[in-house]
Design a protein around this ligand. Sequence first.
Ligand SMILES: [Zn+2]
Length: 295
Amino acid sequence: MRKKKVQNKYKSLLIITNTDKFKLPFGDYLRILAFAPNLKFKKIFFVSGKDLLLLSKEHDFIDSIKITNKKLISSLKKSSFIFDIENDGKNSSKIFYLKTILNPKKNKKQNMTDLIKNIAKYFKIKKYKLYHNKNVDLKTTKDVYFSWQAPNAWKIKEYSSNKLHLLNNKIKYELGLSTKFQKKKEKLSTYIKNIKSSKIVVSIVNLGCHISNLFDKNLIMLSGPNYHEDSSLHKSQITIFPKEFCNYHKKIFKNKKFKNRVGSLSRGTNKCYCMDNIEVNAIYNKIKKIINEKI
Ligand SMILES: [Zn+2]
């Protein structure tokens, strides 16, 4: 009901963000943008600062607006339904505050896994898609790109560099593929370019997955202690899980691989070796399969 009323009244959706005030992990903004067309507005505007605009501008179904463009923003505020990702407030038929669906008892990481599910629930959308660009037939210059980096607080998401190099050698010499690794502190614009120009992306659960999804890339996601269910909505994505979770996460996750989960380590816990339980050959076989299907 709420959904119908809102769309009759407003033709456009205005998503506003200010990362100086409130900041989500970048990948989660991309998840929101991929979800936004489900709300069925004729136009979707996205207001943000420079860094996020680099990402939003890549979307062919989003109109990006600089946060400094105050005049345009204030006129759009009048004519649009507002999706606010920066302030606290009370939801109405004119505005939705993302913060209202975050559970204060959970930390940010835990809140983010259920993000799309909870937005859909608020707007009473039972079945939804995640959208990608229409034109995804981009020129590619390499076969495989490795998106392997996690921020310092999230190192348990990374895959061992030894295994990654083993995999790299195997696909280079046995399958004759050209490969490239994400550089340490790679610039966001370079990172986007690298993903755009690759046939296959092998990525841990990080921003690279969401960028790959936007361009509908063949994505092989390596998922250890964390996973969000909406990633199963991307048809060009394959997810590889550990043969089994580490002892610590085995207890917590009860081996439910496809369930929303976020793994952290409490103090005094031994190292997590979920990611280490992902086999090089499992990834190799998936790459081989994709390459063979394409020929
Ligand atoms: Zn673990």
